[in-house]
Design a binder for this molecule. Structure first.
Ligand SMILES: [Zn+2]
Length: 156
């Protein structure tokens, strides 16, 4: 016949759940079920817009470079009496300390620049890259007829 041995007070405390532990478990469950998916949804929404904003910023920086290179080409043509549309400067004629550009412009997205002749604006190799093509600023595509100067006023 076995004898009943009452559990020690420490054993009773270990086996049972105190009110604080139950509250912690409930809080942890709420965090797992509600807050973690909400944060996941917010991150899933935010990341694409961050990436989009970064690409737009890089495109804008590239267009600023193209605009500076075009200004340097125009100034080179004036200074050197280059009046033919087929005249074309070289990078060495444009880029140097004391010349038209202090340093070679670098496309922030890794594109490469073409100077082109005086009948064309300089271009980036990513000029047809969707969704944010690095086109020369102010140029728009009209019915597939090539690039045309956009003369419409800037919207505020
Ligand atoms: Zn570019």
């Amino acid at each position: 016949m076995s004898q009943y041995v009452p559990p020690s007070p420490q054993a009773t405390q270990k086996a049972g759940l105190s009110g604080l532990k139950i509250a912690l478990i409930i809080v942890a469950a709420v965090v797992l079920v509600v807050i973690v998916p909400c944060v996941g949804i917010m991150v899933a929404v935010a990341i694409p817009s961050f990436l989009r904003a970064r690409e737009i910023s890089r495109r804008n920086a590239c267009q600023e470079n193209l605009s500076r290179v075009d200004g340097a080409k125009q100034q080179w043509a004036l200074d050197n009496n280059q009046t033919s549309p087929s005249d074309a400067p070289t990078w060495a004629e444009l880029v140097a300390n004391g010349k038209y550009l202090h340093s070679s412009p670098v496309c922030p997205s890794g594109g490469t620049y073409q100077l082109n002749d005086m009948s064309e604006t300089p271009s980036c190799s990513l000029s047809a890259e969707p969704p944010f093509p690095h086109e020369f600023p102010g140029m728009i595509q009209i019915n597939g007829a090539g690039l045309q100067q956009d003369l419409s006023p800037e919207s505020p």
